[in-house]
Ligand binder design. Sequence first.
Ligand code: ATP
Ligand code: MG
Length: 291
Amino acid sequence: MNINIKDFRVPPDGGVKLDEWPTRVEPLYQSKHEYKKLLKAQIAELSEQQQLHYADDRHALLLIFQAMDAAGKDGAIKHVMSGINPQGCQVFSFKRPSAKELDHDFLWRTTQCLPERGRIGIFNRSYYEEVLVVRVHPEILRNQKIPDDLVDPDTIWQQRYRSIADLEDHLHRNGTRVVKFFLHLSEEEQCKRFLARIDDPGKNWKFSAADIEERKFWPQYMQAYEACLNATSTATAPWFVVPADDKKNARLLISSIILDTYKSLQMNYPVTDAQRRAELLLIREQLLAEE
Ligand code: ATP
Ligand code: MG
């Protein structure tokens, strides 16, 4: 596959205009059959890399997925991670915060779910909702019980970006690699997918009336996403804007980006030194003597 990952990466100095970034690109596959073959190969490679990651046990990998409804977050997570050893990977979905969660600062609930060394952690939505849905609906902010004198509407979003960037810097310095995906869907494609969810009884469960309400705020969401991507894509915790109108292509892109991240890490299987080897041989002798 001929992919230049940089084409999808939001540069650290920002400048991305979402309406100029494609929601569909030339596909990386020619047919469904070829797509399956390519994804299978990517998954096999990911599985190998993840085993090495687990054995090396130094880095953690945090993958963050953000998108509008029906952009294919769940499907991408399911398909791309399908070959991964479940012991090495955990997925967390973040919905509306509970009363207990609202009693803490906005990074509290996700911090408890950060991946351990040697593991992949997937956030299906994340602390980024705090500068997205909360920005689009300021009444949510008013319910967060933050003291009034600390909520200045002119600065609060910049402050939140800074909190997030500081957290991600801290994680990087301690061995966690953070990679963020925005699945970039067009408004038209979302409409088509909602219609399919209504027309196909088998998909009715996926449809929620709340999704239609949020769709009415499309321009506000795009503004909030654009500001967020430009403010929080850094050299060490980059955002990738993945064209999402074609789900298959999005999955191939996401798996390529994860593989690229893995390959940038110095990972090694632990080696057995001479002393350890001698210990093992001694134990072997003892075991043989028991027989
Ligand atoms: P799916 O629809 O595929 O099940 P989803 O991620 O859209 O997946 P929902 O239960 O439909 O899950 O939606 C979760 C909702 O919770 C979203 O509307 C999201 O914006 C909202 N949410 C997530 N985090 C926060 C937050 N910190 N504050 C307020 N709302 C949030
Ligand atoms: Mg939803």
